[in-house]
Design a protein around this ligand. Structure first.
Ligand code: HEM
Length: 393
């Protein structure tokens, strides 16, 4: 393997075992895959890019950029400079085509499951579990999504508005009293995590929260890693953490079933309340556990990152900040002293909603949502072939 840049060198040193394994695999399979690779990058392909050596391709550059402060945008930016807006690369053993336009992205996402399918990599499925919404085949996806979405309906979520507002106010007040500087993202990650754990399974005890968060972070880090069980690697730590989490969730489920009446009203309970229903109207235990883990991970980083970006953008835009503050104060003035925030208050924050939407337009809080082309297809004149991953950015 050639180390072509500083970013690859840094990553190589940090992930020695991963690299060693990848080199062995690539040498072993080089001859087998070379004929296939030639065919893929043959004459009929009009998308420029570099596929690199079989299996490994540009995975290290991608992971290195992702783990740096610049994020994977740097990986994309450099290749766009080298090859143009449309480019292809090979990461995690698969050829990926980066689609640069909104129209192209719409074509991909609008035909989900017809022309394209979810295309998460092996490490992701191993980390969050095969029954996770992120990994299940189309047939089960519809059923699981339908069953999961019920506890996320507005009436169910509205119960948490006051709870979360109190939680946020208490923590901000504490910070204000101590007068300390703090890292916004760390603060957001903790509060988003605690809120998710309370909403999903009513866990509020600090030592338990810390243990679950540590394990979830290891699982999250393993989602994009080389899937080799070698001690010391991200993947190894992630799988071990996943096993501990599954054990914790299993104990919780058993405890709830034994408890009978008096169980808290949360996501987990709403799933267990379906125990006596026919199989197609409920989730089995492994589906519940994989999706508990998925929801914690999917809900924590996205929410925390979105809040962090909004703080940054509002700091850079005092006019918008003043307008947002005025809207909040106007709502507060209409309420009795000390009254809690309600769903109606949230619904009247029209400028706040715009700030949230603009934040999500300007920043990308979700790194990875590739699709696999099920059949050969052409998007905006560019051909993509079956078995390739399509990735919008
Ligand atoms: C600012 C907040 C959030 C943003 C911007 C966001 C964004 C996204 C996007 C773009 C996807 C689509 C991925 C794909 O199609 O491959 C997605 C999927 C998903 N998100 Fe979020 N999300 C946010 C918050 C949350 C929260 C709070 C939860 C959990 C409570 C959550 C759970 C999920 C799940 C389970 C999926 C997979 C859905 C499926 O495959 O049907 N997300 N999210």
């Amino acid at each position: 393997m050639m180390i072509r840049s500083k970013e690859e060198l840094i990553f190589f040193v940090r992930s020695y075992y991963d690299v060693l394994f990848a080199v062995l695999v690539s040498v072993g399979f080089m001859f087998y895959f070379s004929a296939k690779a030639k065919k893929i990058s043959g004459e009929r392909d009009h998308i420029p890019g570099r596929l690199g050596v079989p299996f490994v391709g540009e995975t290290f550059s991608f992971l290195s950029a992702t783990n740096s402060t610049k994020g994977c945008y740097e990986f994309v930016r450099l290749r766009r400079l080298w090859y143009g807006k449309w480019f292809k690369t090979r990461i995690f053993g698969k050829v990926h085509v980066f689609i640069p336009t909104t129209g192209g992205a719409k074509t991909v996402f609008a035909s989900d499951f017809a022309q394209f399918n979810k295309g998460y990599v092996k490490s992701m499925a191993d980390a969050v579990g095969k029954k996770s919404l992120l990994c299940v085949p189309h047939e089960s996806h519809k059923r699981i999504r339908h069953l999961l979405s019920d506890p996320f309906s507005m009436p169910s979520l509205s119960k948490f508005v006051t709870k979360f507002d109190k939680m946020l106010c208490q923590r901000l007040k504490k910070l204000e009293e101590h007068g300390k500087r703090f890292v916004v993202l760390d603060f957001n990650m903790k509060i988003a995590f605690d809120a998710m754990c309370e909403m999903l399974m009513s866990v509020t005890e600090e030592s338990m929260l810390q243990q679950i968060e540590k394990d979830c972070t290891d699982v999250s880090n393993a989602m994009l890693s080389f899937p080799v069980m070698i001690p010391g690697t991200r993947y190894y730590r992630g799988i071990k953490a996943r096993n501990r989490l599954m054990e914790t969730f299993r104990e919780m489920i058993e405890e709830r079933r034994g408890r009978g009446k008096g169980a808290p009203e949360d996501f987990l309970q709403s799933m267990l309340d379906r125990d006596s229903l026919p199989p197609e109207e409920k989730l089995d235990d492994s589906e519940i556990m994989d999706n508990l883990l998925t929801l914690i991970i999917a809900g924590q980083t996205t929410t925390a990152a979105a809040m962090m970006w909004s703080v940054k953008f509002l700091d850079e835009n005092p006019e918008a900040q003043d307008r947002l503050r005025e809207e909040q104060l106007a709502i507060l003035r209409k309420k009795p002293q000390g009254a809690a925030l309600t769903l109606e208050d949230l619904n009247s924050m029209s400028y706040g909603l715009k700030v949230a939407k603009e934040t999500l337009r300007m920043s990308n809080v979700l790194l990875w949502y590739p699709r696999v082309a099920i059949t050969d297809c052409t998007i905006e004149g560019k051909s993509q072939y079956q078995e390739r991953m399509a990735c919008e950015r």
